[in-house]
Design a protein around this ligand. Sequence first.
Ligand code: HEM
Length: 481
Amino acid sequence: MDLLFVERLLVGLLAAAVVAIAVSKLRGRKLRLPPGPTPVPVFGNWLQVGDDLNHRNLAALARRFGDIFLLRMGQRNLVVVSSPPLAREVLHTQGVEFGSRTRNVVFDIFTGKGQDMVFTVYGDHWRKMRRIMTVPFFTGKVVQRHRAGWEAEAAAVLMMYSNVYRIMFDRRFESADDPLFLRLKALNGERSRLAQSFEYNYGDFIPILRPFLRGYLRICEEVKETRLKLFKDFFLEERKKLASTKAMDNNGLKCAIDHILEAQQKGEINEDNVLYIVENINVADDAVVDGVGDRGARVNHGEIQEKLRRELDTVLGPGRQITEPDTHRLPYLQAVVKETLRLRMAIPLLVPHMNLRDAELAGYGIPAESKVLVNAWYLANDPGRWRRPEEFRPERFLEEERNVEANGNDFRYLPSGARRRSCPGIVLALPILGVTIGRLVQNFELLPPPGKDRVDTTEKGGQFSLHILKHSTIVAKPRAF
Ligand code: HEM
């Protein structure tokens, strides 16, 4: 480290300490804050609690400080709620007050400061984006129109990316070696790594240190530009070209981007918004890929696979491949999907919420622009609220929890959130998961890699998403009919 760097760092920290103390004095007088560990100047609680605030660590803090607690991460406030009534308050009763999203220095880059739908604040832009995206993406009709495509993908085991690309662009990837697919996958992976990393926390939590993040932010800018250019050149422009030469439909099937481009032509949104919609859908698709990719739980439970296979054989007849309408008469399959989403939630803390103005929650004052996390994983895995929650036991959704759905009808189980900012894509994700898992189990016996007796399902946390730490190869042994 050179001396100038150290000098600037020390001056920065000192200035941040003075500002932090002044702000906390002002704030402290006004609001009765939720409980939490005692913060120190500048760093707040950051050094005490560390970077990895994953759902398990936050559940441990909830056991210490209660259903609502506050952490000061540098200059940012983080409020965590961990009970169904408080989740209801944040997502439903005060859904408008807490209906915005926090941003950070890196998400600002990837979303063009909230020009997308997922990370935009609650207001007119969000309403417009949600309206424009609903017809092309988020209705039961979309499921019916596209299900033949998904069934073909499931049969081809397993180009999951193609499912959403079929809806969006009426395009599919020929194979996992398709060069365009490989570039897209690499760029999506890099975007996810850069956004979910803890590496940039220091510059995000302590604004005065932000200049030291310049290199990191430059890489984020480059990845974002390359990725949006790829969406534009290979998908949007191609689709526009196609539209100018022949009718934009495939047997009467207008694809989602045609609707979005129409909204652009009408002047409702601009080209950047169109690109950010494509970006959002790419990111959302990862949740589905993870849901199917989470074979660990099923591979490690041969008896559950066997029971599911028996249901498929009995209801459909051996060898008759499952299609979307069948999923409605396969209760055990539905229970397996729900249990997968419960035990290994793809987005265990939901997408962070935020209050634009000072608010009140459980009698505490919540300073404006706090990041508000609902620990959905804890709500669905709390031994006080579920019977033996650590077990992968789909039967619970046919027995004691038979009335619980994945659409937020029970505030203990929120894999897709609830109410205003809940996941509109779950209407697509559930049938895709059902058909894909169904086909896998129908046609293969899934086994751990040779020499191992189970798949390692250790998790790796990020800013708010959850992945499997080590990707394992599994054995898919074809079944004889
Ligand atoms: C199993 C798959 C999926 C899971 C578990 C999932 C889960 C979630 C969760 C937890 C949220 C945040 C809710 C909140 O903050 O309160 C969310 C938001 C969202 N999801 Fe999904 N999702 C999945 C698939 C999809 C798919 C396939 C799409 C699109 C095709 C999609 C589009 C979105 C969008 C646009 C939002 C933002 C909604 C808003 O901010 O208003 N999701 N999702």
